[in-house]
Design a protein around this ligand. Sequence first.
Ligand SMILES: *[C@@H]1O[C@H](CO)[C@@H](O)[C@H](O)[C@H]1NC(C)=O
Ligand SMILES: *[C@@H]1O[C@H](CO)[C@@H](O)[C@H](O)[C@H]1NC(C)=O
Ligand SMILES: *[C@@H]1O[C@H](CO)[C@@H](O)[C@H](O)[C@H]1NC(C)=O
Length: 569
Amino acid sequence: MDMKRNRRLQPWPGSSSDRGSVGGASRPASERKTGGILLRLAMILVVILVFIPLMPIVSRSKRNPLRPAAEKGHFDVNAGLDEEFIESSKSQKAEVDKFLGGLLASGIEEQSCLSRYQSALYRKASSRSPSPYLLKRLRKYEELHKKCGPNSDLYNRTVNQLKPGQSSPGITECNYVVWISYSGLGNRILTLASTFLYALLTNRVLLIDRGVDMTVLFCEPFPWSSWLLPLDFPVSQFKSFDINSPESYGNMLKNKVISKGLAGALLPSYMYLHLGHDYGEHDKLFFCEDDQNLLQKIPWLVLRSDNYFAPSLFLIPNYEGELHQLFPEKDTVFHHLGRYLLHPSNSVWGLITRYYHAYLSKADEKLGIQIRVFESESGPFQHVLDQVLACTIKQSILPEISKNESMIITAADHRSKAVLITSLSTGYFKMIRNMYWEHPSKTGDIIGVYQPSHEEHQQTEKQIHNMKAWAEMYLLSLTDVLVTSAWSTFGYVAQGLGGLKPWILVKPENRTVPNPPCLLAMSMEPCFHAPPFYDCRTKRGVDTGALVPHVTHCEDMSWGLKLVDRDEW
Ligand SMILES: *[C@@H]1O[C@H](CO)[C@@H](O)[C@H](O)[C@H]1NC(C)=O
Ligand SMILES: *[C@@H]1O[C@H](CO)[C@@H](O)[C@H](O)[C@H]1NC(C)=O
Ligand SMILES: *[C@@H]1O[C@H](CO)[C@@H](O)[C@H](O)[C@H]1NC(C)=O
C-alpha cells in the first residue's frame, strides 16, 4: 500500500488513524524522526533570530469581524487536500504565493474564506503581475471601505441624506456605488468587476445588493468591513429600477430634471444608472466626460448592468491617466480585479476542490471546453459536436482517434489528458467520452472526459444551480488550455480568472460548422456586448472600437468592444 498517498491532513491534530501504531517495532523509527524534528526546529529558530531584525515589520493580521455565520462548519474542505498535493504544488512554485503578487491583503481570517488563500495551490502562478500602483490603490480602497462601509459613522450620516426630502449636500466624504444583483451569474461577475473598477476610478465605495444568492456564492472581499448593502437601505424600491425609472440618469436628462450646469446642491442625493444591454441614448451618456463630471457630485449611484462595461471606461478622458497607471498591461483588468474581488464561498470551494481532486488533479494536462449553444432548442446538435472536434483536433488540443483497435496503451509511458466539459446538455460530453473509449488515440494519450453538471436550460437566480455554475467556471479557469463558445460570459469569467487566452468557437450560422471552426483570442479580457457608439465631443456616431489601440472589436462579436494589450497601431 502506498502510505504516502494515504497520509491525509486531518482536520483535528492527533486524529490521524496511524496514531495507534506508535509502540512496538515502529518506536525506534518514530524516535529518530522526533530527533530530526527537534534539530530542524532548532535550525528554524536560529534562522528566525538571525533574520527577524532584518525584515520590515509586517503588520499582524487582525481578526476579521465579518464572518458569515452560514459558512461556519464548512472547514472540512481541508480534508480534501492531501499532503502530497500541497507539497508538490509548493515545489513546483518554489513558494506558493497565496497573496497573488500582493493583490490580496492580509487581514481576512483564513477559515472564513478558504478559497482566498488556497487558490494559489490549484492555479498556476499568473504570468501577469499587478502594477505597484494597482496594489497601492487597492490598499487605499480598503481603507476607504473601512471608513465608509456599512455601520460606520460616515455611512450612517451619508445614508441619512437619502431619507425623503433631502437634497444633495454637495461634497461628501463618502460616496457610493450600489450594484444591483441582476442577470445570470456569468454576467453578474462581469458587471461586479466593471462596477468595482468604476468605484476605484471615482473613489466610491462599492456596496452590493445581496440578491437571492450573493452571500451563498462569494466571500466578503474587503478586510474590516462588509460589501453587503444593509437591508435597511432607505431607497427601498431600488431593485425595481429599470429603463423607465424617472430616477435614472438618462431619464432625468431626457426629461430635463437635471442639466449639466446645475450646482451640486440642486442635484438629487442618489441617481440610478441604467447600463443594461437595452439602455437608451441618454443612459449611454454615462460614458462621456461631462456627464462623469456631473455624476461625481452625486453621493449615491445605484447601478444595474448585465455587461462588462470596463472597455468603454477606457475611452473617457477623465480616467485615461489613472487607468494607464493602474493597468499598464491593458488586457489584465478582469484578470486582476476578478482574482482580487471574487472568491468562492467555502461551500462553493468544497464543490471545486472535491471535483478537482476526484477528476482533474492527476492528469498531465487539463483541457476545458465550455459549450454554449444559442439555439431555441436544447440540442445536442451534430454541427456543434463536429465544430468542437474540428477545432480541438485541428489545433492539436485533442488527439485524433485511431481505427487500429489493437493498439494497446499502457499508462506508464503515455500522457493523460483530463477534458472538463461544461454545457447545459450532456450530449457532447457523452459523445466525446465514448469516442475516446471506443477508439485509441493516435498519439496514445489517455483521454478522460468529465462533465460536472447539466441543467438542460439556463436558470438565473437559483441557489444550488448557481453554486455549481460558479464552481464550473472556476474549474475551467484551472485548466491549461481553454476552448469557449462565442458570446459566452461563462467562458469569459473562466479565461479571465485563469489568465488564459482561449480558443473561441466561432458562432455557427445555419447550423453548419464554420470555417475556421475556432480562433485564438487576442486577449483574455471579456467582451463588452453592448457598447455605445457615440463621440461625446462631436455628438455624432463613431466607431468606438477604432479610437485607441487598446480598445478594439471582439473576435466573437463584431460590434462588441474588448481590451487588448496594444499600445502601437
Ligand atoms: C450606524 O447605525 C446603525 C443602525 O442603523 C447602528 O447599529 C450603528 O451603531 C451606527 N454606527 C455608528 C458608528 O454610530
Ligand atoms: C495496430 O497497432 C498494433 C499495436 O501497436 C501494431 O502492432 C499494428 O502494426 C497496428 N496495425 C496497423 C494496421 O497499423
Ligand atoms: C444561411 O442561409 C440563408 C438561407 O438559406 C442564406 O441566405 C444565408 O446566406 C446563409 N448564411 C450563411 C452564413 O451561410
